[in-house]
Design a protein around this ligand. Structure first.
Ligand SMILES: C[S@@+](CC[C@H](N)C(=O)[O-])C[C@H]1O[C@@H](n2cnc3c(N)ncnc32)[C@H](O)[C@@H]1O
Length: 269
């Protein structure tokens, strides 16, 4: 490895004791972590990490750093959000440097804002370090841009389920079906067929392209092509985590799928 250690000599902002850094880990490939995120990994006393944070990324922290898992594994119920937040507050109050490491970007369907609100309410200083969100960076790894001048001037980011596990009740399907040519869907695998039906009922064409990128940025990434009308035929082939994109940009993959052969093998991404 050349040059990586020189990062430690850069003028990074100090990770003060008693503070919490909410850091986005990116979609999975460890190389997509930001420099500030890397710095935080080196400096933290304790790392509280989510399900989709890669082990290879956690391995970049010193062996002595405490690592606390705060996600969902093997179908077991996840730790309550309130308990996670309470622990962040307790550890920061005790003077520890707390790194809250979340998949993708902490502010995109990641409850980063809820945790930051609680920290603010308790007077805990915090910093937000953005990460590459899957709905942009994960798709780019599959050769799919979220915007393309000839096809769309707007994008919608949609979550496929809310905290109850159901399709969010507040979504105005009639509005979003036609508001933008491209809809990027997080957490949509489970209810994909129902979502497709709702969009079709709201005026979207059955023939609109649907692309599903599974395990985006990871070595076993793969993409499935379908249309809104054939969503039911591909759900069995989807392995989570998966990000779904509806609209004409999916077809650009034919020209832009760059991550093939040896390019897909580097463990950093
Ligand atoms: C709770 S949301 C968190 C999103 C995250 N904050 C972000 O900005 O990417 C989890 C969802 O993100 C998507 N996701 C996360 N990592 C992924 C990956 N490596 N490949 C495909 N989708 C992924 C999936 O839709 C998954 O259900």
């Amino acid at each position: 490895m050349t040059g990586f250690a020189t990062l430690d000599d850069l003028a990074f902002p100090p990770f003060e004791p008693g503070t919490v850094w909410l850091v986005g880990a990116g979609p999975g490939a460890p190389g997509l972590l930001s420099l500030l995120g890397y710095h935080a990994l080196q400096q933290a006393d304790v790392i509280v990490y989510d399900e989709l944070v890669a082990d290879t990324l956690l391995a970049m922290a010193p062996a002595t750093t405490e690592r606390v898992y705060a996600g969902k594994r093997g179908g077991k119920p996840s730790e309550k959000q309130a308990d996670i937040t309470l622990r962040l507050i307790e550890w920061a109050t005790a003077g520890r440097k707390v790194l809250r490491l979340k998949g993708g970007d902490p502010m995109m369907f990641g409850r980063g804002a809820e945790e930051a609100m609680a920290l603010a309410a308790h007077g805990i200083p915090f910093r937000i370090v953005p990460g590459i969100t899957t709905g942009v960076g994960g798709l780019a790894y599959a050769g799919i841009p979220v915007t393309y001048r000839d096809t769309n001037h707007a994008v919608i980011f949609l979550t496929g389920h809310d905290e109850t596990g159901s399709i969010p009740a507040s979504v105005d399907w009639a509005a979003i079906a036609t508001a933008a040519p491209v809809i990027v869907m997080y957490m949509a695998a489970k209810h994909l067929v129902s979502i497709a039906e709702k969009l079709i009922a709201a005026g979207r064409s059955r023939d609109d392209s649907l692309a599903v990128v599974c395990h985006a940025t990871l070595p076993d990434q793969y993409t499935i092509d379908a249309t809104l009308g054939t969503a039911g035929e591909i759900v069995g082939a989807i392995q989570t985590p998966a990000i779904v994109v509806l609209g004409p940009v999916g077809a650009l993959r034919e020209h832009l799928a760059w991550r093939v052969g040896a390019l897909a093998e580097n463990p950093l991404g």
